[in-house]
Design a protein around this ligand. Structure first.
Ligand code: FE2
Ligand code: FE2
Length: 268
């Protein structure tokens, strides 16, 4: 897609660096958690509905594509210190998500070591690719993805309904991280909107009109996994519209008219 690139002028870079430092300093002070110490592992409930454990596995698999998320995105922002340092920091936080989900699957006896190896092999056989060859579109996509991911974790937590206190705690800490990620990337999109409104609006329109959750095309059995997530009311088109796209537009001070039209829809 040959959209013009927004030039990364020094003022934009300085603003992004400040947003990152605020994000990082707050995370260090308030949001760090420890996989071994902060989850009540002794309260795992092996009797939990296997359908819940299956969705935990789906989310763990999506988190496991981390090497691709980092290795494909970093080159796009190598010259932008705030965005590059954020990817390093974000990568550390996302690494903990797959580890803690993996630990829950094992400690709760929902999966064996062998099944975990099979799960990882099936993930690493595939590769996540950048959806947009354009760093501005990528940051808009990441913003939407993070907010959608938070909604997914929040609703999985609701579905599990505290029946496994260890899982409840796992999903709580992850959800808080995902909310912080969404907030950070939204702040970046605001900086770009201020700097180059037309180019940024174009990317927002493009991303919102074609958004899909990664599980759909990324996992070998992605279609079935997405269907289960919809059936369990963890995430669907309506939630994308009402809890992701619309709030994001509001928070960015935008309306549908700003992104030209009614086409915002779609998670398939
Ligand atoms: Fe995550
Ligand atoms: Fe995240």
């Amino acid at each position: 897609m040959a959209l013009p690139l927004t030039p990364e002028d020094p003022q934009v870079q300085a603003k992004i660096w400040n947003v990152f430092r605020d994000y990082f300093d707050l995370a260090e002070k308030k949001r760090r958690w420890n996989i071994n110490d902060d989850i009540p592992w002794e309260k795992c409930n092996p009797g939990l509905d296997p359908a819940i454990a299956d969705v935990v596995q789906t989310f763990c698999m999506i988190e496991l594509f981390l090497p691709d998320y980092l290795s494909k995105q970093l080159p796009q922002v190598r010259g932008n210190k705030g965005r590059a340092w954020m990817l390093a920091s974000w990568g550390y936080e996302e690494a903990k998500h797959s580890m803690v989900l993996n630990d829950w699957l094992l400690k709760g006896k929902h999966r064996t070591e062998e099944q975990i190896v099979d799960m990882e092999n099936s993930v690493f056989e595939r590769e996540w690719s950048l959806k947009y060859n354009d760093p501005l579109a990528t940051v808009v996509y990441t913003m939407v993805q993070e907010v959608a991911t938070r909604v997914n974790y929040r609703n999985l937590r609701k579905a599990a309904n505290g029946r496994c206190p260890a899982l409840d705690s796992v999903l709580e800490v992850i959800q808080i991280d995902e909310a912080a990620h969404g907030h950070f990337f939204r702040q970046l999109v605001s900086v770009y909107l201020e700097h180059d409104r037309a180019a940024t609006l174009e990317r927002i329109r493009m991303v919102l009109n074609s958004f899909t959750m990664p599980a759909d095309h990324l996992l070998a059995d992605g279609r079935q996994r997405v269907a289960k997530i919809k059936a369990m009311k963890i995430f669907d088109e309506g939630m994308f519209l009402n809890e992701v796209a619309t709030p994001l537009l509001n928070q960015l001070g935008l309306t549908r008219a700003d992104i030209r039209g009614p086409k915002v829809h779609a998670v398939r």
